[in-house]
Design a protein around this ligand. Structure first.
Ligand SMILES: Nc1ncnc2c1ncn2[C@@H]1O[C@H](COP(=O)(O)OP(=O)(O)OP(=O)(O)O)[C@@H](O)[C@H]1O
Length: 556
């Protein structure tokens, strides 16, 4: 099973790029963390001074003032933490919002030629990584900087008590850096591997759900369980590997804690006995040391969330960094006339190497109705796809109005093209939304077409009419109605080019005849109809007969 390669520095730079978008918020969080870290140190300093006063046997108003100041410091520290939480919450909301819109905006603009090997609904599962990213963000921006800052300030403070603490600080930093450097790359790559398997398991469960009837009616198959078992084993293996890395880090931490606690107590006690520090300084130094150890513990225990956040950015990048379609700059003029289309020695292979079209040369005058005939797999859909402007890696040339199709601005080409390809479908939404795709189209135009195609009968037979909600993929609709909806969608508006794949497939003979008349009379558009139905040929101006991707016969 292929696992994505990942490098920790690249991952961090992707994460950094994400944070850069919220520069102000991130700076605010760090400023607040620094202030909170400083205030945190007021506790040991205050305690030390209070103890000195008490030891000296003097209880005066200055102690009361000091106590009030220490308590106030703790309170302000809490306030700063609340403010940090508010900023982080805002950033977490922004992450969800940003990825929602980025996914929504990018998906229709993906380069479908390059994304041919992906099943997009499965790819979109990565959206759920926004949740791990939100959680990781909290650790990365709140706990980690606070811990790092506390360690740094704590070490600086300790150095004032006795130079031996400087050595202690250096040793501590070196140990933490060694632990992180040696274990992090392994931690990140095993986290990514576990995440890959997680998505493979989810994808397989989704696939089982999608073809539920196949498994339900199959004769005592256990294939779905066996396949799940294999994927789950992969997940467990990589998860165990990942946990092993975390365990190494936790063990290093425990040993580190034991050694440091023992060393500090011994050193502290010796300094105290030798009267190099007083009791107040001893207690204060211990408070600082406990804070430092607590912070280092926080850093190491947060590592899994850091890995999760970095892995999430990688996973979300599968969609946000995916290649987008390229658009040309020429605008296809809005006109009542159809477009002239020509292919010159055009050939096309899919990314898997399957040769779909070879040496296609043809010339279609504007306004012609073309029947692209041929058996299944002969290349009919592919020929139509090349005219959509989405498929660009063909050899030879494909021209619309004597301009290479790739030169057109995709939006302008789409505005002039009515498309009904078999890959299109019904989506979860109202009937009206399914027809108009949210475009403002006069209702009379819709009802006229619905009348002509026969969709009107379906609309009338439901109490909610155009507001009826269709289920995803339109499974509960008859093929005939589904085809009618897609046909009305394709024909709505003014077009210079119509690309229709098996538009009349589920219609009875009389309906089929009316529809052909409808398509022919609709406009002056140039119409390409890909269909295996030979009866269509006699009703069209040009017939292109395809066989294994080449033109067998081209008759006008
Ligand atoms: N997305 C794809 N990836 C790889 N190969 C493809 C893809 N789509 C089609 N093909 C292959 O390209 C060839 C032409 O397919 P195409 O769908 O254009 O033929 P068709 O005549 O429209 O067939 P049908 O009527 O069954 O849709 C076939 O061999 C098919 O297997």
């Amino acid at each position: 099973m292929a696992t994505d390669k990942i490098s920790i520095s690249k991952s961090f730079s992707r994460f950094y790029n994400l944070l850069r978008l919220d520069k102000k918020d991130v700076s605010a969080v760090y400023m607040l963390a620094i202030l909170a870290g400083l205030l945190q140190l007021s506790v040991p300093l205050g305690v030390q001074t209070i103890i000195s006063f008490v030891m000296a046997g003097s209880f005066s108003t200055s102690i009361a003032v000091l106590i009030i100041m220490v308590v106030l410091g703790v309170f302000i520290n809490g306030l700063l933490q609340v403010r940090q939480l508010q900023v982080i919450e805002k950033m977490q909301q922004k992450i969800f919002l940003r990825y929602s819109f980025e996914f929504s905006d990018r998906l229709p603009k993906l380069n479908i030629e390059k994304m041919d090997n992906y099943y997009l609904p499965e790819l979109v599962n990565r959206f759920f990584d926004t949740v791990s990213l939100q959680k990781g963000l909290e650790k990365l921006l709140l706990d980690l900087p606070a811990a790092v800052i506390q360690v740094m300030f704590g070490l600086m403070l300790l150095a004032f008590y006795h130079p031996v603490f400087i050595a202690f600080g250096a040793l501590l930093l070196i140990i933490v850096i060694i632990i992180l450097r040696t274990t992090s790359p392994r931690g990140l790559s095993s986290a990514l591997k576990a995440s890959d398997y997680k998505y493979h398991v989810a994808a397989w469960l989704e696939e089982t759900a999608r073809v539920i009837r196949t498994f339900k009616f199959a004769k005592s198959t256990t294939m779905h369980i066996e396949k799940t078992d294999k994927l789950v084993s992969g997940y467990l293996d990589s998860r165990t590997q990942y946990f092993r890395v975390l365990l190494t880090q936790f063990w290093s931490l425990i040993s580190f804690k034991v050694i440091i606690t023992a060393a500090m107590l011994i050193v502290g006690a010796m300094l105290l006995v030798n009267q190099q520090i007083n009791i107040g300084q001893f207690i204060a130094a211990d408070i600082v040391i406990i804070t430092i150890i607590g912070s280092v513990e926080k850093i190491i225990l947060s590592l899994d969330k850091v890995y999760d956040a970095l892995v999430s950015v990688e996973k979300l990048g599968k969609v946000t960094n995916a290649e987008m379609e390229e658009s040309g700059s020429i605008i296809l003029a809005d006109s009542k006339e159809g477009v002239a289309v020509s292919f010159v020695n055009a050939g096309f292979s899919y990314p898997n190497g399957s040769k779909a079209l070879q040496d296609i040369s043809l010339s279609v005058p504007a306004g012609s109705v073309v029947h692209v005939a041929g058996s299944s797999g002969s290349g009919k859909s592919t020929l139509l796809r090349l005219l959509t402007g989405n498929y660009k890696s063909f050899s030879g040339s494909v021209l619309i109005e004597d301009v290479p199709v790739g030169n057109y601005q995709l939006d302008s080409l789409r505005a002039q093209t009515g498309i009904l390809l078999s890959s299109q479908d019904i989506f979860h939404g109202t009937l009206l939304e399914n027809i108009t795709l949210g475009n403002k189209i006069p209702m009379d135009e819709i009802t006229t077409l619905a009348n002509k195609t026969g969709l009107e009968h379906f609309v009338r037979s439901h109490k909610d009419g155009y507001d009826m909600v269709l289920d995803p993929t339109g499974n509960r609709l008859s093929n005939h109605v589904k085809q009618n909806i897609l046909l009305v969608r394709a024909l709505l508006g003014k077009h210079r080019l119509l690309l229709l794949e098996e538009p009349f497939e589920h219609l009875d003979t009389s309906c089929r005849e009316c529809m052909i008349d409808l398509v022919k009379s609709e406009s002056n558009a140039t119409v390409f109809i890909a269909s295996e139905d030979e009866r269509l040929s006699s009703r069209c101006d040009i017939v292109i007969d395809l066989n294994k991707g080449t033109i067998q016969k081209n008759s006008a």
